[in-house]
Design a protein around this ligand. Structure first.
Ligand code: FAD
Length: 422
């Protein structure tokens, strides 16, 4: 008798892509098993990404408001506002634990089996995990992504950290360098700035968050500068070396060709993320992988090998949790014969800084590039009565609509509650 356990679907990876796919497929009536190599579900997003970063963004915002802003509204705190970083971190851990264990509860409720351990393909139908074998006709790869690195800069998660390390500092750094002006670097830079660090963002390109609309990015840059974050744009970091007292960064501004050596007590490397397929054994199956490391899939998320599918950060498209979840949901529906599709034009992006930035649809530059005739409307928060009542007057809303039929093509917001508005 074979000791291989069989399922209809095996999902590899328990992140926002994998767990949503597993639950939806089980709800639609098939036998599903989800394998996760971490000790908890929720993937990057719940364990070391969206959730812990948003918790710290909220806590640090409350701290800064209590310290600097409430007095403007006639609220005086008679006594010092002080930071208890241990407690702030404990609240973050508690939030993460509640959410990750919630997924275990959802798996139980929806009868999704699971296994903790690293999955490896033995052939196109068989997976090995913890020396046990599982078989399925359909297999879904949802193994996500990991932080990108810079050649020659070694991340020790102590002084030179990735986003994971920057969520765990035991004390507020005096001087923090953030290499990369994308949304992860700016969110985590904002957290530590609010808690008291002197933060310098070093960015290769001449603008922040290159995927953001340029009008909005300009307001964003000047707002963060006013908050006290230092920016070095058009600057390349050539090395970052752990010295006795500090991390020494050597960088080159290629506008004026000036080299500088700067010292920081912590350095966050936030130069993007790359798809993760290491250790899965995909080579032996000859699964097509693109130059940038993403797995090639068709519109039904199927790879070039029949019965093997992929979704989320490990395929192309924006690396966002709700994109991975939408793909997971649609994948499961399609597997069971339904016909939904992901509308990639309607995936919003949000940067949870203060103020927030959020958008959906193409930037003005994209429309120019695609020769789309458009009209532009820009409205400042400073002229919005609700903004005035709450003192949240920084920012603008920009609409881009089709010149001929007024169809809204995209919306770009910088301002309070931009995430909810989008
Ligand atoms: P992941 O969440 O990466 O999950 C993949 C899982 O697969 C992992 O748990 C991994 O352990 C597991 N795995 C890998 N290989 C194997 C194997 N061989 N066997 C078993 N398991 C395996 N997105 C947003 O939309 N909004 C945000 O505000 C946001 N903030 C972020 C903040 C930070 C600091 C970071 C780092 C990311 C953030 N993201 C955010 C991005 C978001 O986390 C990802 O887009 C999302 O988690 C991708 O989901 P996924 O399921 O594709 O992959």
């Amino acid at each position: 008798m074979s000791n291989i356990v069989e399922y209809d679907l095996i999902v590899i990876g328990g992140g926002p892509g994998g767990y949503v796919a597993a639950i939806r497929a089980a709800q639609l009536g098939i036998n599903v098993m989800c394998i996760e190599k971490r000790k908890s579900f929720g993937g990057t997003c719940l364990n070391v990404g969206c959730i812990p970063s948003k918790t710290l963004l909220h806590s640090s915002h409350l701290y800064e408001q209590s310290k600097n802003d409430l007095v403007n509204y006639g609220i005086e705190i008679n006594g010092k506002v002080s930071l208890n970083l241990n407690k702030m971190m404990a609240n973050k851990t508690d939030t993460v634990e509640k959410l990750t264990s919630g997924i275990a509860g959802l798996f139980k409720k929806n009868k999704v089996d699971h296994s903790f351990g690293e999955a490896k393909f033995l052939d196109n139908k068989t997976i090995e995990v913890n020396k046990k074998k599982f078989k399925a006709d359909k297999l879904l790869i949802a193994t996500g992504s990991v932080p990108s690195t810079i050649p020659g800069i070694e991340i020790d998660e102590k002084n030179i950290v990735s986003s994971t390390g920057a969520l765990e500092f035991e004390k507020v750094p005096k001087k923090l360098a953030v290499i990369g002006g994308g949304y992860i670097g700016l969110e985590l830079g904002s957290v530590w700035k609010r808690l008291g660090a002197d933060v310098t963002v070093i960015e290769f390109s001449d603008t922040l968050v290159p995927t953001m609309d340029k009008d909005i990015a300009k307001i964003f840059h000047s707002t963060l500068t006013k908050q006290g974050i230092n920016f070095m744009l058009s600057t390349k970091v050539e090395s970052a070396v752990n010295k006795k007292e500090e991390v020494e960064i050597k960088c080159l501004n290629f506008l004026n060709n000036k080299s500088e050596v700067l010292g920081f007590d912590k350095v966050l490397v936030a130069v993007g993320r790359k798809p993760f397929t290491h250790g899965l054994g995909l080579e032996s199956l000859n699964i097509n992988i693109n130059k940038n490391g993403t797995i090639d899939v068709d519109k039904n998320f199927q790879t070039n090998v029949a019965g093997i599918y992929a979704i989320g950060d490990v395929i192309s498209g924006p690396m966002l949790a709700h994109k991975a979840s939408s793909e997971g949901h649609v994948f499961a529906e399609q597997l069971l014969g339904n016909k939904p599709e992901v509308n990639y034009q309607c995936i919003p992006a949000v940067v949870y800084t203060e103020p927030e930035v959020a958008w959906v649809g193409p930037t003005e530059k994209d429309l120019i590039k695609s020769n789309t005739p458009y009209k532009k409307g820009l409205f400042p928060f400073s002229a919005n009565a609700r903004g005035k009542t709450t003192g949240e007057t920084i920012g603008s809303i920009k609409f881009l609509s089709h010149k001929k039929n007024d169809k809204i093509l995209s919306v770009h917001i910088i301002g309070a509650h931009a995430g909810e508005l989008i």
